[in-house]
Structures are given as structure tokens and as C-alpha cells.
Design a protein. Structure first.
Length: 654
């Protein structure tokens, strides 16, 4: 078209079409500038760095006073480009001490009592005593000499003790059972904070609702407990011969070769001399965990212990034979085979590790489920979950908490700020694990076989169910970028878990398609394994591999509280040759489909790409009449999208 003709055509459009604003979703998304540390394609850049923390922990548990006491020795390596003259530590047990900033019951939902919290002994740096500064749940340790950049190391030893809080604690603590106390030990030693290229020291106080942001390293722990207790912990057990009887070691060896659960500590042994190598004094259990961001453990006289193997294929053709363990008291067992209890937890754990390895092969030597008073809380290789869970709920919580080994244990995101990067991603992969376990297996005797849609993580990810849920959450909803500690309690489940999971589901099933999505998501996990991605790194990584500009998607789903509500404004016959529908998107745009219906019973569909809404938020699509008479049209005829209002999704000719 010649320039003069083009100008005339544009002028004519402006004379007849009212001015409509561009939807805000399509404005450019302002992300942090890429750099040599964090590249423009979402990968760690050539100058990426992170500091390293290796721990040696030696503690004892005294059940008479419920006290853990010992020493943690940190070897800290400063890979940053700047020298450091101090370190920050997290003292999360101080949440349970009177006067803690998060101990008002609203956030911590936990037992607060006099005598709880850390008692810190004489701290030394390189053997030299120092005086730390303790503020609520944080401790600053000033270094006698600055720690050199680019690989300088320092050793900090912290003697400490604390009383294990009672059974109202949401993430760790103790539970009384008929045959003994179950101790769930987490946030159980002073842990160094992350120093990174984005924020410097990440030393936010622990308020109870936000979770954790931790660095990587190797951990050795020596756990001294009464000889009558069974212990499970993060990492490889180094001294089996000292802690198990000969019969139990033989069963453990069988478990390492069996795909079905083998009882290592049998129910009939619990509380008897057969349960342990000796019944007096103490025994020290020794563990080593490599390339982890945390460690946790559990101990009890009441534990039944099951085990089996999950053989996970690894790159290069080798196999990681993962030992799946479940530790639970008698109260965890079910008498109804139609509603399985913890006697099936090893089967569930094995399935979870194998199914979720589709995204990234599980790299660790063990995966452990522990029955406690805790609804569900995750740590590397180990989780604490509700002893009363049964059937779908039990598989759901085992799969969810073990799924956290991928997010944030392998992909080390900042949970304290961006909870959706672990809870949301994990809820997303749980959906597929539930479908695979219940609907794609080969055992029709499995309770729930063929009924995955009844499970929590599948049911809530149905578009119609999610749409109803999202409408109910409108009053408490917040953007996904809201820090977890800033969310009202009623919004936590929706904002951290289900909205980001639905966003990921839409991205995979409706926008990118499984092939492109899976390639991008796997690349993101692999490139950020054992590192610290930020939201912009995730956004860029997905766009780079999938080959799609998704600014509109990230803004709508992650930065706003907009609900999806497209509308079919009308349908007409145009020039006697075409059926034409007018579609409007709300502030949250999505690609969609219009199905045209004709009086002869036939139908035809027209795809509406998201770009069609980029100028005014409205568009027209059509299909040939082919001598048919138009009867009407329906938006999103398969109801694949979580439309908040479906009453405006149909139209008849006017």
C-alpha cells in the first residue's frame, strides 16, 4: 500500500472506531536487568556465584527434659566478590520463646513457653571466642578478620541447647503416643543465612508463616539418643551395624532389593528388647548428607519402620537405588483396607519418587516419611506428616511433601519471599503424580484405582472447581509476589499453592502445550539445581526454551489478582457467507476457542490467539457458513479455562 493510501485507511478507522485502551496485561514487563551473574535467557551467567556452608553437628536428646543439646560447627566458604566482616545465622527455635516477634499465635500457631528457644554457649570463630548479637530469631557473628572474597573460609562453632516444643508446633516438635514420644526435629540448629547477589544477607526474622531460604553444602550429624529409640534422618546412615539388630539389618538388606515394603522394625517388636541392639544407655546414629540445604531427623521408641527400593534412572545410564523408608507409630495404621493408613506409606513414597523423577531424576540416597502431629512439612529426603492421614489424603501428603525435594530442596528458591516457587510448583507436579498413580497403574486392587479425580490435588485443578474456589477467595486474594508472611492466613492455600499451580497447568495444557512446556521446565530445573533462582530467572528460562513471549501471562497470573472472565459479546451472520463472533477478554487475557453451532447439527471452531486481545481487549473471529444457518456460538466449549462467569459464554444470532 502506498503511504498516502495507508494514511487514509488509518484515518478512516479512527473516524468510525471508538478509542479503546490497550489491556494493561500487554504492557512490557519490567524485570531486573540481566547480567553476567543472571543471564538474559534465564540461566546462571558466567559470573554466577553462591557461598557454601558445610556443617558438622553433634547433639544428644534427653527425653526426660525434652532437650536437644550439642554443638554445630560451620565451615563457611565466601565465593562472593566482596570480603565479609560478619555472618548472620537463623535461630528459628526462638520463635517459641516468649516475646518473639512471630509468637503471637496469629503467625506461629505454636506453643510458646518460658524456657523455650535457644540457649547459646560460647561461640568461637577459628577457635577464637566472639560475642554474638542476638535479635529475636537472628544472630550476627562478627569475624575477627574479614573473610576473603573468592574462596575464603572460616570455621564457626556454636554450642547450643533448646527444649523441644509441644504438639501445637506446625513444622517440628513432639507428639505423645501410647508407646512413646515421637520427636520431629527440624529448625534444630543455628543455620547460617544466605548471602547472595540480589539482597546481600537474607536475614528476615522467622515469623512462622514464611518458610526458608538456605545455602548448600555437606552435613555430618551425630545424634545421641536413648538406646531404645529408632532414628531416621536426612542422608546416608553410616553405622547400621551399631544401631540395628542382626535381624533388622537382614531385613534392611532385603528392603534395598524389594519393590514392595519390607518391615525393618516390626510392630510386634516395638517396646520390646527385640527393637534395639541394647535396651539401656544411649546409641549414636551417624549420618552424612551431601549437597543439601538443610537436614532433619526423627526419633521415637514407638516407631515401626518399613522400607523398599525405588530405582531411579540417572543421566549416563546409571541407576540411583533410593531407599524408601516410613517411620510411624501404631496409631498410624488403618484397620480398614479400603482406607489405607501408614502401612502403605512406603508404597506411596516409592511411587512419588519415581513419578516425580520425570522432571529431574531424584539424586539422593533415601526418601523418608514420618508420621507425626504435623499436617505436612518438608525437609531434604524427609518429611513429617499427619499420623491420622488415610487413603487419598495420605498419598496426597506423602507425594506433596516428598515432591518438595524438587522444590525447594534441589531448586533452591527463596521461600521466605516467593512461596509460589516451591509450593505452587510442587502442587502443580502433584496433580500429574496423582493421575499417574491412580489412573495409569496396573494394580486394580489399589484403593482409589481409576479415581484420581477424587484426590485433592486433581479435583481442585479442574477449571470449574478452581473457578469456584477463586471467586470465594476474592476478598483475601493477593498477588503471587506477596511475601508469605504478609498474607492473611485465609489466603495462604490459594495464593501459595493453588493459584500458581493453576497458572502452571494453563501454561502447560493450554498455552505452550506439553512438549514445549516440559522441555522448558526440565531445563529450568536442571540449570538451577542446587542454585538460587529468582522469579525473573524462571520467567526467562521458560520463555527462552519454549520460544514464547509471556509477559502478558506473568503479569496477569503473578502480579495481579485478576480473575479470568472472557465474554462472548455476540454472534452474527456476515455478508451471508460467514458466522462471526465478537469476544472480549477481561483484565486477565488467555487464548480461547469459539464453537459455532448450526441448525443442521454441525459445528465449526475458530481459535482465538491471545494476541487478538492485545490492542483493545476485543476481537472478532469467524468460520464459513457453507450454506448452513447459524444457530449460536459458545466460548471455550470444552471448558478448559477457569472462567469465573460462564453465564456470558454463549450467544445466539441477533
Amino acid at each position: 500500500m502506498r503511504f498516502r493510501s495507508l494514511v487514509a485507511a488509518v484515518a478512516a478507522v479512527f473516524l468510525v472506531v471508538p478509542a479503546l485502551a490497550q489491556p494493561a496485561a500487554f504492557a512490557p514487563l519490567d524485570l531486573p536487568a540481566p547480567s553476567a551473574i543472571r543471564a538474559a535467557d534465564g540461566r546462571p551467567g558466567p559470573a554466577y556465584w553462591q557461598n557454601r556452608n558445610d556443617y558438622r553437628i553433634e547433639v544428644s536428646l534427653d527425653p526426660a527434659t525434652h532437650t536437644v543439646a550439642g554443638t554445630v560447627t560451620l565451615t563457611y566458604t565466601n565465593q562472593s566478590p566482596l570480603p565479609l566482616d560478619h555472618l548472620w545465622f537463623h535461630l528459628e527455635q526462638n520463635l517459641f520463646a516468649p516475646g518473639a516477634r512471630g509468637a503471637d499465635g496469629r503467625r506461629a500457631s505454636a506453643t510458646v513457653a518460658a524456657g523455650q528457644g535457644y540457649r547459646i554457649g560460647r561461640v568461637t570463630v577459628g577457635g577464637q571466642p566472639v560475642t554474638p548479637v542476638i535479635t529475636d530469631t537472628r544472630m550476627r557473628v562478627d569475624l575477627p578478620q574479614p573473610l576473603a572474597a573468592g574462596g575464603g573460609t572460616v570455621t564457626v562453632a556454636v554450642p547450643y541447647s533448646f527444649v523441644v516444643p509441644g504438639d501445637r508446633t506446625p513444622r517440628m516438635g513432639r507428639m505423645e503416643t501410647e508407646r512413646g514420644t515421637v520427636y520431629a526435629l527440624a529448625q534444630w540448629f543455628p543455620r547460617v543465612a544466605v548471602y547472595d547477589d540480589v539482597t546481600g544477607w537474607n536475614h528476615q526474622p522467622y515469623l512462622g508463616q514464611g518458610e526458608f531460604y538456605l545455602g548448600y553444602g555437606d552435613v555430618e550429624m551425630a545424634l545421641t539418643v536413648p538406646a531404645t529409640m529408632t532414628v531416621v534422618g536426612t542422608g546416608a546412615l553410616l553405622n547400621e551395624a551399631e544401631v540395628f539388630t542382626a535381624a533388622q539389618r537382614e531385613r534392611l538388606a532385603r528392603a534395598r532389593q524389594s519393590e514392595t515394603a519390607v518391615r525393618i522394625v516390626e510392630p510386634r517388636e516395638v517396646g520390646t528388647a527385640a527393637a534395639r541392639p541394647r535396651t539401656s544407655g544411649t546409641i549414636t546414629w551417624r549420618y552424612r548428607a551431601e549437597n543439601v540445604r538443610d537436614v532433619a531427623w526423627a526419633a521415637s521408641e514407638a516407631f515401626i519402620l518399613d522400607g523398599a527400593v525405588a530405582r531411579v534412572p540417572q543421566p549416563g545410564g546409571r541407576t540411583n537405588d533410593v531407599l524408601i523408608l516410613s517411620a510411624y507409630p501404631h496409631e498410624g495404621m488403618s484397620a480398614d483396607p479400603r482406607s489405607p493408613g501408614w502401612e502403605e506409606a512406603t508404597r506411596y513414597g516409592r511411587a512419588s519418587i519415581l513419578l516425580n523423577s520425570r522432571w529431574y531424576p531424584y539424586p539422593y540416597p533415601v526418601a523418608i516419611s514420618v508420621a507425626t502431629h504435623i499436617g505436612g512439612m518438608e525437609y531434604p529426603m524427609l518429611h513429617f506428616s499427619d499420623v491420622q492421614s488415610r487413603h487419598f489424603d495420605l498419598f496426597g501428603v506423602v507425594d506433596h511433601e516428598l515432591g518438595h525435594n524438587w522444590f525447594p530442596m534441589i531448586v533452591g528458591s527463596d521461600e521466605r519471599r516467593y512461596g509460589w516457587m516451591d509450593e505452587g510448583f510442587n502442587t502443580f507436579i502433584n496433580r500429574y503424580a496423582n493421575v499417574s498413580f491412580y489412573n495409569e497403574g496396573t494394580d486394580p486392587g489399589l484403593p482409589g484405582f481409576g479415581r484420581a479425580e477424587e484426590s485433592y490435588f486433581v479435583n481442585l485443578m479442574q477449571p470449574a472447581t478452581y473457578a469456584n474456589f477463586s471467586r470465594g477467595q476474592a476478598a483475601t486474594d493477593r498477588p503471587l509476589m506477596t511475601y508469605p508472611d504478609h498474607l492473611p492466613g485465609a489466603a495462604v492455600g490459594f495464593v501459595l499453592y493453588f493459584k500458581p499451580a493453576m497458572a502452571m497447568t494453563m501454561l502447560r495444557e493450554h498455552i505452550l502445550g506439553p512438549e514445549r512446556f516440559d522441555a522448558a521446565f526440565r531445563a529450568y530445573i536442571a540449570t538451577w539445581a542446587y542454585k538460587h533462582p529468582q522469579p525473573a530467572d524462571f520467567f526467562r528460562a521458560m520463555e527462552g526454551v519454549a520460544g514464547e513471549d509471556l509477559d502478558w501471562f506473568w503479569r496477569g497470573w503473578f502480579y495481579t489478582t485478576d480473575l479470568y472472565d472472557a465474554r462472548l459479546l455476540g454472534v452474527v451472520t456476515a455478508d451471508g457467507a460467514r458466522a462471526v463472533a465478537t469476544v472480549a477478554t477481561g483484565p486477565l487475557p488467555m487464548p480461547t476457542t469459539v464453537e459455532f453451532r448450526f441448525t443442521d447439527g454441525t459445528t465449526a471452531r475458530a481459535a482465538v490467539p491471545v494476541e487478538a486481545f492485545a490492542v483493545t481487549g476485543e476481537t472478532m473471529v469467524g468460520v464459513p457458513l457453507d450454506s448452513r444457518t447459524l444457530a449460536g456460538a459458545t466460548l471455550d466449549p470444552d471448558q478448559r479455562l477457569p472462567d469465573a462467569d460462564r453465564t456470558n459464554d454463549t450467544a445466539t444470532p441477533r
